[in-house]
Each structure stands twice: as structure tokens, then as C-alpha cells.
Design a protein around this ligand. Structure first.
Ligand code: ADE
Length: 258
């Protein structure tokens, strides 16, 4: 996958190109990430990339010309047919489904805005998708762009070490729309708390069922609206039964402590 990012802070992207799973994907050329700085395309001696908003009010707006030239440069690098994505709180919410869809693309240009945002005419003329990473406002689109890049990188063939890690993630594959189950490693006992016996049993079928039950139960407790989405897709008989067991066990827990 070839990515370019329009950003006034290109150094920020070292956080993902030099570390962890995304860093390895870059080193192995499964992902290329080219920051393009609109300031490099300004012609005045101050390198002006922003201006006051028409109509008045606080803050500044990113000017069209440096962005347009930076976008042309980005497309010359990743391809003229690249999908152009603008990160903004006004965009469609980022979900695993949207990540999976975007990860299919081979060329993407991400636009990370600063200040109050970018001139609306540039969005109308050049942007294909506007995406938000959540209902809160950050100081710029760089962190949201990195969130999206990290999530997409995990979906690229050969990027994750263990073959199954991506499909076993919360929100993906087998556990679609479910939160993840709890995880444990050594020691077997910590501060009087034991690892659940079933995980030490070596019984793979029992372990699979326990994990599915925990995933269903946690989702029921913490994010019931996700369970609705999965129900719509059709909870199977086994899942119905496991969730019923979980609810039964947890209502007993409660009455024991009250
Ligand atoms: N830019 C600032 N805040 C943002 C958010 N929540 N999502 C995407 N881009 C943003």
C-alpha cells in the first residue's frame, strides 16, 4: 500500500514509521508512507499556509494553493488515481468495517489539517472521503491519520506475525462486533488471583467456548449496542447458550455479594 500524508508536521509520522508493527511494515516495503508538507509549496518568504476566515471569527483556515500543490505532488508519488481522505471531526465515524474497506486500496492520500480546518472548496473539489476517529476535537489531523494508518497496516497481507492475530481481534472475523476476551500469561497466580483453570486445561474446544462466552458476556455488559448489531447478523445457537450461561453466572455473583 502506498500512502502520502499532507501535513505541516512530517516528523510526527516517525512515531509509526520507526516503531512496532507499522515500522516493520514500512521496513519490509509492505507500506510506504511519504509525508508532503504544504509549506514546501508556498512562494512567499514567510511560507504562509493559513489565512483569516472570511466572515470573521477566531482561528485561521488553511489556504487552498499550498494544499493543491502538495496534493498534486503526493499524487505524482502514490498515483493519480489515489483515494483522497481528509481527517476531520465532521467526517464519517471510523469503524473496523471502514478500515477493512480502505485497506483494500493500493494508493491513498491522507490530509491532516491544522487550525480551524481547510478551505471548504478544496474539500469539495479534491476530497473523496471525510473521516472522524471519534466525537472529540484534536489539535490536528496527524494523530487521526496515524490511527487510520495503523489500523489499515494490520490488515495488509503479511504484516502481522501470527496468521490469525488480525481475524481474532475484537471487531474482526470470528468475533465480529464483539469485544475481546480476557488474556493471561505467567505467573499462574498474582496477588491471590488465579488464571482461569480452563486456560490451563489443554482442552482446545473448552478454551474456544470459554473465550467466546467471555467475549459475548463482556460485550453484553460493556457495549450492549454492539450485541444488537451482532444479533441482527444472527447469533447462533451456541452463542445464545453461552451468553445465557454468562448472564446466569453473573447474576448469581451479584446476589452472592449483596
Ligand atoms: N481532527 C481533529 N479532531 C479529529 C477527529 N476527532 N477525527 C478526525 N480528525 C480530527
Amino acid at each position: 500500500m502506498q500512502l502520502a500524508v499532507l501535513t505541516l508536521f512530517p516528523q510526527m509520522f516517525a512515531a509509526i514509521t520507526e516503531h512496532g508493527v507499522t515500522g516493520r511494515a514500512v521496513r519490509e516495503s509492505k507500506l510506504t508512507l511519504t509525508p508532503v508538507n504544504p509549506r514546501d509549496f508556498t512562494t512567499d518568504r514567510h511560507g504562509t499556509v493559513d489565512d483569516r476566515p472570511f466572515g470573521g471569527g477566531p482561528g485561521m483556515v488553511m489556504k487552498i494553493e499550498p494544499l493543491a500543490k502538495a496534493l498534486a505532488s503526493a499524487k505524482s508519488i502514490v498515483g493519480e488515481d489515489a483515494l483522497v481522505v481528509y481527517l476531520t471531526p465532521q467526517g464519517e465515524p471510523l469503524t473496523q468495517g471502514l478500515v477493512d474497506e480502505l485497506a483494500q486500496r493500493s494508493n491513498v492520500v491522507l490530509i491532516a489539517g491544522r487550525y480551524e480546518g481547510i478551505d471548504e472548496r478544496f474539500i469539495e473539489a479534491e476530497v473523496h472521503r471525510e473521516i472522524s476517529i471519534g466525537d472529540y476535537v484534536l489539535s490536528g489531523g496527524e494523530l487521526p491519520a496515524m490511527v487510520l494508518i495503523d489500523a489499515m497496516a494490520r490488515k495488509l497481507p503479511g504484516v502481522l506475525g501470527h496468521q490469525d492475530s488480525a481475524t481474532q481481534d475484537s471487531f474482526s472475523g470470528e468475533l465480529d462486533n464483539l469485544l475481546d476476551c480476557p488474556h493471561y500469561t505467567r505467573p499462574v497466580e498474582y496477588a491471590g488471583r488465579h488464571v482461569p483453570d480452563v486456560l490451563l486445561s489443554g482442552n482446545h474446544e473448552a478454551i474456544r467456548r470459554w473465550r467466546l462466552k467471555q467475549a459475548l458476556g463482556r460485550t453484553w455488559q460493556r457495549r450492549p449496542e454492539l450485541l444488537q448489531a451482532r444479533r441482527a447478523a444472527g447469533l447462533c445457537k451456541e452463542e445464545d447458550a453461552l451468553l445465557a450461561e454468562y448472564i446466569e453466572e453473573h447474576s448469581t455473583d451479584k446476589s452472592n455479594t449483596e
